[in-house]
Design a protein around this ligand. Structure first.
Ligand SMILES: C[S@@+](CC[C@H](N)C(=O)[O-])C[C@H]1O[C@@H](n2cnc3c(N)ncnc32)[C@H](O)[C@@H]1O
Length: 395
């Protein structure tokens, strides 16, 4: 289908939804009881997001936040509360009916928050060409919208253009575990349902990286639907437009503490657990972003770690038989490649089948933030146990 046909179908679908208030889309985690204290009911009724990109503690008072595909305004109004009266929020949407609804309720939200005037502006525009100046936004949020845009590369480029250096995004969106087949790509209704336009996790992260973002990693996921064997997940990603840093040496050393035994960052540099690496200034900036930071020990002098060091982390599988129950693990960043202590090599965005022992390892609090895990088995599986040895490629 041509891009303009998709966009027209999506536009009509969401224009209709404003009047019908139909149940649509996906799981979100907002506490509507809390939001009801300051957001009018008609806005909450057309909440069509798939995550809580603004319900995160990353939104700071005084910031300028931009919401791509603001719909009835739910995320903008929550951002308005979080940035406070000195902050600013911009909502962009292409659907007139959604914009009208959001604008109608902005003064009530401001009054409920006891602000002298609304700090939210709703602008008509397309995600692929946002009516916003370069380098002006601190934080971009978006809730279940980019999957609806036919040209995602343009959206990612626009995001990079409008963010100030040092700025960041937090977006919740629907992704798939495999390519969307042609018969779904050609289905207008399924585009509107946030299915046909879903990218694979790897494509999504690569698109963001190609636009210039780094430090890309998941901060949450929710399994959503399985259609014709395709698993759709709601994934919340964050990432950074790093400030320009000269490629000069720094005096900072980084030592990978674990739980991975080896990792490769987004610029292709590899780190082995326990071995200190002198960083250049650009790499130091990258590794200090929140996705990378917890895995490293930073120091002014080289610190080598051995297994007896309190910061050394290694999580071994238990001595038990392996049972295969249909689980697949997807590394969701920030690393491009990562190895565990049981001969697994995980590649960003690529599902890898794992057995019950590995599932338990990856559910450990140190591994868990780096993975989305799904079960692809269609029916109950026998889960016979098998003999496994590390390096046998079995578990
Ligand atoms: C699934 S709704 C989500 C709305 C809102 N973010 C929420 O959580 O309730 C998608 C919204 O994105 C808007 N939209 C879809 N594609 C867009 C595009 N390419 N540019 C701008 N807005 C778009 C639609 O008009 C609709 O309001």
């Amino acid at each position: 289908m041509e891009d303009n046909v998709v966009t027209k179908a999506v536009n009509e679908r969401y224009a209709r939804a404003v009047t019908t208030g139909e149940e649509m889309c996906c799981p979100t985690g907002y506490n509507h009881e809390d939001l009801r204290t300051f957001i009018p009911e008609p806005v909450l009724k057309v909440s069509y997001g798939c995550g809580t990109p603004v319900g995160l503690t990353t939104v700071q008072p005084g910031e300028t936040v931009l919401d791509i595909g603001s719909g009835g305004g739910i995320d903008c109004f929550e951002a308005s509360r979080r940035v406070g009266p000195n902050g600013k929020v911009i909502g962009i949407d292409m659907t007139d009916e959604m914009l009208a609804l959001a604008r109608t309720h902005a003064p009530t939200v401001a009054a409920n928050l006891r602000y002298p005037q609304s700090n939210v502006e709703f602008k008509k525009g397309h995600a692929e060409a946002m009516p916003v100046d370069n380098d002006t936004i601190d934080l971009i949020v978006s809730n279940c919208v980019i999957n609806l845009a036919p040209d995602k590369s343009k959206v990612f480029e626009e995001m990079f253009r409008i963010l100030r250096p040092g700025g960041r995004f937090t977006i919740s969106d629907i992704v798939a575990d495999q390519p969307i087949p042609r018969y779904l790509l050609d289905d207008k209704e399924k585009w509107g349902d946030c299915l046909s336009g879903a990218l694979q996790i790897r494509e999504y992260a690569n698109g963001l990286r190609d636009a210039g973002f780094l430090g890309i990693h998941q901060i949450g996921f929710i399994p959503w639907r399985v259609i014709d064997g395709i698993h759709f997940l709601s994934l919340t990603f964050t990432g950074y437009k790093l400030a320009e840093t000269p490629a000069t040496d720094s005096s900072t050393f980084a030592t990978l503490a674990g739980p991975f035994s080896q990792v490769t960052d987004e610029r292709g540099r590899t780190y082995v657990r326990g071995t200190p690496e002198l960083l250049d200034a650009r790499t130091s900036t990258l590794l200090h972003t929140p996705g990378y930071q917890p895995y490293f020990l930073f120091s002014d002098t080289p610190i080598g770690l051995t297994p007896s060091h309190p910061r050394w982390q290694a999580i071994m599988p238990e001595e038990a038989p392996c049972a295969w129950k249909g689980h697949f693990a997807v590394l969701t960043g920030p690393f491009m490649e990562a190895h565990d202590d049981d001969a697994h090599s995980f590649h960003m965005g690529t599902p890898l089948e794992i057995c019950s022992k590995t599932l338990k390892v990856l559910q450990h609090e140190h591994y868990q933030p780096a993975f989305a895990i799904m079960n692809r088995s269609g029916e109950t599986v026998s889960a016979e146990t098998g003999e496994c040895q590390p390096t046998s490629g079995c578990c």
